[in-house]
Design a protein around this ligand. Sequence first.
Ligand code: ANZ
Length: 967
Amino acid sequence: MSSHQILQFRSDPFVLSHCCPHTLLTSSLTLHSPLKQPFPGLRFRWRRSNHTGVRNSTTPESHGSKKEALTSIELKRVYPFHEIERKWQRYWEDNRTFRTPDDVDTSKPKFYVLDMFPYPSGAGLHVGHPLGYTATDILARLRRMQGYNVLHPMGWDAFGLPAEQYAIETGTHPKTTTLKNIDRFRLQLKSLGFSYDWDRELSTTEPDYYKWTQWIFLQLYKRGLAYQAEVPVNWCPALGTVLANEEVVDGVSERGGHPVIRKPMRQWMLKITAYADRLLEDLDDLEWPESIKEMQRNWIGRSEGAELNFSILDGKGQETDKKITVYTTRPDTLFGATYMVVAPEHHLLSYFVTSDQKQQVEEYKDFASRKSDLERTELQKEKTGVFTGCYAKNPANGDAVPIWVADYVLASYGTGAIMAVPAHDTRDNEFALKYNIPIKWVVKNEAASCDDAKQVYPGLGMIENSSSLETGLDINQLSSKEAALKVTEWAERTGNGNKKVNYKLRDWLFARQRYWGEPIPILILDESGETIAVSESELPLTLPELNDFTPTGTGEPPLSKAVSWVNTVDSTTEKPAKRETSTMPQWAGSCWYYLRFMDPKNTEALVDKEKEKYWSPVDVYVGGAEHAVLHLLYSRFWHKVLYDIGVVSTKEPFKCVINQGIILGEVQYTAWKDQEGNYVTADTEERLNEHQQVTIPEERVMKSGDHFVLKEEPSIRLIPRAYKMSKSRGNVVNPDDVVLEYGADSLRLYEMFMGPFRDSKTWNTSGIEGVHRFLARTWRLVIGLPQSDGSFKDGTIVTDDEPTLEQLRTLHKCIAKVTEEIESTRFNTGISGMMEFVNAAYKWNNQPRGIIEPFVLLLSPYAPHMAEELWSRLGHLNSLAYESYPKANPDYLKNTTIVLPVQINGKTRGTIEVEEGCSEDDAFVLASQEEKLRKYLDGQSIKKRIYVPGKILNVILDRTNVKVTTK
Ligand code: ANZ
């Protein structure tokens, strides 16, 4: 059979239809080589749908994008994903296929792969969710088939603000909203075929779960790691409530636009700072992206420096016994401190502010209370401040320096006061120039000198202008480093200060004035005001039912309205007490859920010790980069506390963390039109903003060089841009629509095929069509072509023939590639490997079982529904979920062609490229077809052939007899 005949036999009408949609139904016998039509890039224009291809932020122009619906026959011809997917989802559910038993055989290796569990929002899943979930699902399915015990659970991070806000607006209880949203999320996730063990599903809002969140809080409390302190909160007088940071936009409440001020309130805090060093050190051994580790390091923000004391001077310039302590990382610049700044909230401010300046200072404090810490420290913002009228003594030289109050100094960092060195600190420099404060250079280096008093040099260098006869301190000519050491030693010796390590990390504000959160299990005794822990045996302390979630107006949390719940007695002393009415922040439940998944039904302990020992740590944890800092830091903190008290056996919870990239909306092409309605090209026109923007559909766009232009008017350049998906932009892609139109396997495959897993990428409907087509081709490769009514026959066209060497090589190369790519989380190139296999297989004249079955197994982690269906049609009675994952045989992976010298009558006349192990006959046929050798062989008769496989072919001609023909 010639290769052409093979192509005819295997020719696939559906490949052809992509390039020629109009011939879809009539051209099924047209002959094209499938190889000439690789999968990507081609599109089913006739299938473009409204749901998945919406792009209309500005005025959309529709032009010739007529959409035709698929007939039911056409739909069937593609492949029956609607039937298959539902069928297998039901099968998995009925058989609890992915259940991880409680009593796994612990002699087997384990693999715990976890998604950052979602907040079940009212909007349902977006296409960003399945990106991470598909990746973890592929890993879970792979490891199951490789013989691991796999833990792959899913749950809900369901406490939080939106449900409560919705409750305030509509009166629907947050629990009702939450359960409804969870049901929807669960349904959506199941429709995507993820292999979660649904028996382990949990929600942070269930008392059985938050009992243990409360238990952990009590362990923290007992160890002095949970305490109360006065801390500033966002207080909105008009709404009478405390607001979360995300509810405050530019100093006003998001709801209603009312002014918000910072007001100190008694709050529960967690002492995460006690773990700062361990949180920092243990980062080093984690297999996390370097960028996340760096973000965590910066957040913890360890810095080394000194605390130095400046005595406050009285009105006559005499030293008082009160001192302001500053924190500095640059003790070497002490002689350059020409003023001091205290934060508006500094505890000594009211003590030393002079009566002349009092009013100005009070007004300034009020002004600063309206800003968040973030706004206050923004570098670009103009610095503001007020002189307090008071001076302090620079301990190094006895100079009197003015004390200012300014909000660029935060009360919450260091000591809330600084020595300002305007020659060497940028912020101080800006401030000093604005308020005419002297600037004194004390550090120089080759690149910077003090010629220009307005210049600032923040680097290190050689110290100058830094000696005092009065104090005897002299650091001139020392390097910054030596000087810093000397100043610190001097300060310690003379009682003027001490060495100090500081952290940016603050203790964690752990209370919210909200209803929809875990109650904090603390009682306040009526008599003494003393706080005591609710007894562990009384947990869970359940949220009382409440119908009115509106703020109390006093700043008291909504729970204070549950009077009969609030008023209680301490069970041990029988003394009357009130319950704490603040609730925990949303972070609480997500801090430890990965532990509960190991043992979700345990009523005696948070997690059984043996189970924890087996499953810990999480091997792969996948989620969005937005959780790179806080969630991971808080979990690590709780985990370390649990480690210290013997609940967990590992120091760190997550061995490997991967952040998936963001999916941006489909690229939108923008053109501009002038008043007359003529297009204006985007590159030359400067005043584009004055023109009307129009969005151009993709079919009217073409690429010209590096640019995109209007097809009908190529001189008009367009601007392509991908935006974050948002309702207002109208570019949100709903996964449900994609599943309906292309099936879950196509969505899974597409999200994996879009690009490298960790990169941001843009949605592209024609991309789904590409992978959908690949799946359809795979289906027909195994099942055969559809019948005239569009349906497919039962069974497969697979044969029991022995696979050829070429088939085995193709398969094993595919196995090696796909396995390697999944293991390295390069899911996109794994798919390319499978596409190459299918392309190659289309050229064969048979599809042996020994080749197709392993391929179906390879495909299954990516497209599990189709793979299960093929597997069952191949005659298997059970799910393939626990079949052995194919292993590549290295014998078939070797580079298989060699260059063989060919001699004619003992003289080397040329070479041929042959497969290793090529037979003598095949080698001879190749030689006789080779251009150079043909002239020696054509028309000759052969006396003898000497063939040494892999080494040489020698053809001895019979000069008397002319017989060979190569035609
Ligand atoms: C004098 C000085 C001279 C400083 C100089 C810097 C450069 P990090 O590294 O982030 O820890 N600082 C101290 N407490 C502050 C507060 N509560 N609010 C705002 N700024 C504060 O930064 C430490 C430096 O930040 C300290 O060192 C202090 O300014 C300032 F050439 O002291 B430095």
